[in-house]
Write a protein that binds this ligand. Structure first.
Ligand code: PEP
Ligand code: MN
Length: 328
């Protein structure tokens, strides 16, 4: 931002007011008679142009147009089937298996999660697996299985769409429509997902910058999404002992600077169940509006992502808000 001060005003008083707001400023003089200008470094602190405009002596505050105006207008809470996710709301817990494996399996898991106060049931019917030889999901049948299991316990459904072709049936079943990491860079899918007018859970691409992630959300909102909840799930790194590097710095940035609803998925972040509990606590401390955890009632037999699946009975210990998220 550039703050311009009237030549006759007290430039030093304006500088002090900016510094008092925690801003890092550089002063420019436009000659003896000209106005004083301050360059305010982005990221030095949070300041609204309208606040700075109200300072005595300030004649204008120039800002660069935002590349994501729709997202800037999104409220810091998104409503998903009557549950608020974001600033000021209780943190939510989304849990369920990586894949919806069978009608009985998802029903069993849902029953046990509901009994532990979990409102959101997750599970993939369409799985974007890295290898074509891995289990690819049961497709449309599994959508019905997860919906029925959730309905039996008054739970909401989070499930992923991996292609424009299957979007309509997924949107019919999902309360929160997941766009996975591998598809964050897929504009046709982002456009079509937005056009369903559903709230979207937008996972961060595993090598995506924050700006690319924000712009992917902008795609969804420009095309009609009811809102976007961001999901940090770890980025690629040089470290082989964990599946990804869970980037809680970006969570703090999105929550505290951009005021956006962000949840954290430590399951894909770490790729190992022994780190889920400490990373969950760290995520909530960083400002996350919730957690998404992969769980299974028999992790050793899971058809996908078994090593990171937490046994169902351990889920209640993670619940960031057990009393208030329980129902019935
Ligand atoms: C998932 O949530 O099941 C998933 C495939 O995650 P990601 O897109 O983050 O890899
Ligand atoms: Mn998974």
């Amino acid at each position: 931002m550039i703050v311009t001060v009237d030549a006759r005003a007290d430039g030093e008083a304006v500088r002090r007011a900016l510094v008092d707001r925690g801003l890092w400023v550089t002063r420019f003089e436009a000659g003896d008679e000209g106005p004083v200008q301050f360059l305010v470094e982005s990221g030095s602190s949070v300041a609204s142009p309208s606040d700075l405009r109200s300072l005595e002596g300030v004649v204008s505050v120039a800002t660069r147009p935002s590349p994501h105006p729709r997202l800037d207008r999104q409220a810091s809470q998104v409503d998903v089937g009557g549950v608020a996710i974001g600033r000021g709301a209780d943190p939510v817990l989304i849990a369920g298996p990586c894949s919806v494996e069978s009608p009985e399996g998802i029903r069993r898991i849902a029953a046990r999660l509901a009994g532990r106060g979990v409102r959101f049931l997750r599970g993939g019917a369409y799985k974007p697996r890295t290898s074509p030889h891995s289990f690819q999901g049961h497709g449309s049948r599994a959508l019905r299985w997860i919906r029925d299991a959730a309905d039996a316990h008054g739970m909401l459904v989070v499930t992923e769409a991996i292609g424009v072709e299957e979007l309509a049936p997924v949107a019919e079943v999902a309360d929160l429509l997941q766009i996975g990491s591998r598809n964050m860079h897929n504009p046709p899918l982002l456009r079509a997902a937005g056009a369903t007018a559903k709230p979207i859970l937008l996972k961060r691409g595993m090598a995506a910058s924050v700006e690319e992630w924000l712009l992917a959300a902008e795609y969804c909102l420009c095309h009609g999404a009811a809102g976007v909840v961001f999901c940090e799930r770890g980025v690629r790194s040089f470290e082989p002992s964990m599946r990804h590097l869970l980037d809680l710095g970006s969570v703090a940035l999105l929550v505290h600077v951009h005021r956006l609803p962000v949840i954290v998925d430590p399951s894909h972040g770490a790729g190992r169940r022994d780190l889920i509990a400490p990373l969950s606590r760290a995520a909530i401390a960083a400002g996350a509006a919730g957690l998404m955890i992969e769980t299974h009632d028999d992790p050793g037999r899971a058809l996908s992502d078994g090593p990171q699946a937490l046994p169902v009975e351990e889920i209640a210990e993670l619940n960031p808000c057990p009393a208030r998220t329980s129902h019935g």
